[in-house]
Design a protein around this ligand. Structure first.
Ligand SMILES: [Fe+2]
Length: 110
C-alpha cells in the first residue's frame, strides 16, 4: 500500500528537518473550484466533475514531486530523491486508478 507519509517523514529526517502540517492554497482553491463547478453542473455529471478535480490534484502532486526530486538530486540528496520518486510513482498510479473510475462514472467501456 501507499507509504507517502512514512517516506516524507524519512525525507525530513534525512534532511535534518521536521514536517509542518499545512494545506496549500492550491488545494483549497481546487476544493472551492470543484464545489462551485459541481453546484453549476447537471446532477448526472457531478461525479465526473469530482473525478476531474481528483485528476487535477494528482497531476499537481506529481509535478510538485518532480520539482522536489530535481532539487534533491541537484543537492546530492540521492536517498531523499529516491524516496520522493517512490511517492511520485504512487501518485502516477493513483492517476491511472482515477482514470478507470472516471471511465466507469462516465459509463464508457474504457
Ligand atoms: Fe495524491
Amino acid at each position: 500500500m501507499f507509504k507517502h507519509i512514512e517516506n516524507l517523514k524519512q525525507c525530513f529526517s534525512l534532511l535534518d528537518d521536521h514536517a509542518r502540517l499545512a494545506s496549500t492554497p492550491a488545494t483549497k482553491a481546487l476544493a472551492r473550484h470543484v464545489t462551485s463547478s459541481a453546484g453549476r453542473t447537471e446532477q448526472s455529471l457531478v461525479d465526473s466533475v469530482v473525478m476531474a478535480g481528483a485528476l487535477v490534484m494528482e497531476h499537481c502532486e506529481t509535478a510538485a514531486y518532480e520539482t522536489f526530486i530535481i532539487c534533491a538530486q541537484a543537492t546530492g540528496a540521492l536517498d531523499v530523491a529516491h524516496l520522493l520518486q517512490e511517492n511520485q510513482e504512487q501518485e502516477k498510479s493513483m492517476i491511472e486508478k482515477i482514470k478507470v473510475a472516471a471511465t466507469l462514472v462516465a459509463g464508457a467501456d474504457g
